[in-house]
Design a protein around this ligand. Structure first.
Ligand code: TXA
Ligand code: MG
Length: 308
């Protein structure tokens, strides 16, 4: 199969492909997603195959209206409704009890479905025109950094999917935050583009799922975001980190040293993707606001973490 490149003016064609049960990668404000009909088990199987994604890692379903959510879930709890009104369209993915129309393939057998409404006109238009909620994991090969440009999707999935709808780079650059609000305190299952501070300001204290509780968010246990190069992450107080990196650089003569200024969320996956070989030394950034998610991705991408 030759993957077609579509311009954003060609959304209608992309929507027809979706209606025909084909896979189309499309842009969102966070990362490019690999979209397909969320309600068709055959399509979902194709998504898992194209990405080589482990079968027990469920997909996020993308909608363009609240009406679509109603069809996909048993009920919309008040807490979820409030968050939807506060942060949608936007990078917040919410866990719901799924309705019968959501196939078990989409949710990897769970009785919950995670839903979000992307803050990207092209993404919402594609969902509207196809008239179907879209299952869309990040459009990378499993284990690789997520794609923030159409060319990243092509690098990973060319020949494996029907089309890529190109609308330039993704403005946020990190995936959505995944939250479960069925009980208090709310649990953040995956850190992401909507910061804890933003959520807590609106909804009060939340807890972040720890690595031990991976059962609740199956995707978190797999290797993720790994560049081709060997990434060594040095964590700690700025000056001590910088000293340690200078030491390591004398040991690994050809190492590439990343600057903190290169670790902006919208840039992170591009930087990780361009790290093709050898050793890359990477300093930590303070774990506040969106940088919490930056650190989460770096820790998962790293072959080694040195805490100083
Ligand atoms: O920003 C994003 O969320 C992007 C764009 C394309 O929207 N999508 C994305 O999808 O990052 P993916 O498949 O790469 O990550 C989905 C995450 C995984 O960690 C998965 O385990 C979790 O959401 N997830 C999906 N359904 C779940 C469920 N029912 N319960 C718990 N976690 C779930
Ligand atoms: Mg992903």
């Amino acid at each position: 199969m030759k993957t077609k490149l579509l311009r954003k003016e060609e959304i209608q064609i992309a929507a027809e492909y979706i209606q025909q049960g084909k896979l189309v990668a499309f842009p969102t404000e966070t990362v490019y997603g690999l979209g397909g009909n969320a309600l068709d088990p055959k399509v979902i199987k194709k998504i898992f195959q194209a990405k080589q994604r482990p079968a027990d890692n469920p997909l996020i379903v993308h909608v363009a209206s609240e009406k679509q959510v109603k069809d996909l879930v048993k009920k919309i709890p008040l807490a979820a409704k409030k968050l939807m009104h506060a942060f949608w369209p936007g990078p917040l993915s919410i866990v719901f009890e799924k309705s019968k129309i959501v196939p078990k393939e989409t949710t990897a057998g769970l009785n919950t479905v995670v839903i979000r409404m992307p803050d990207h006109k092209v993404a919402r238009k594609l969902i509207e025109l196809s008239g179907i909620p879209l299952a869309a994991p990040s459009a990378n090969r499993s284990g690789k950094p997520s794609p923030t440009r159409a060319k990243h999707v092509v690098e990973d999935l060319s020949g494996r999917i029907h089309a890529v709808l190109d609308a330039g780079s993704c403005k946020k650059g990190l995936e959505s935050t995944v939250i479960d609000v069925r009980k208090k305190p709310f649990v953040v299952l995956r850190l992401g583009s909507l910061s804890l501070e933003q959520i807590e300001k609106f909804a009060g204290p939340v807890v972040v799922a720890t690595k031990k509780s991976t059962v609740r968010s199956p995707g978190m246990k797999y290797k993720h975001y790994a560049p081709d190069a060997t990434l060594i992450l040095v964590k700690g107080e700025k000056k001590i980190v910088d000293k340690k990196i200078r030491e390591l650089a004398t040991q690994y003569k050809k190492a590439v040293i990343l600057k903190r200024s290169e670790l902006k969320p919208e840039n992170l996956f591009k930087v990780l993707r361009s790290a093709k070989k050898g050793i890359v030394l990477c300093p930590s950034v303070p774990e506040i606001k969106i940088q919490r998610a930056v650190m989460d991705r770096l820790e998962k991408a790293a072959s080694e973490i040195i805490t100083v």
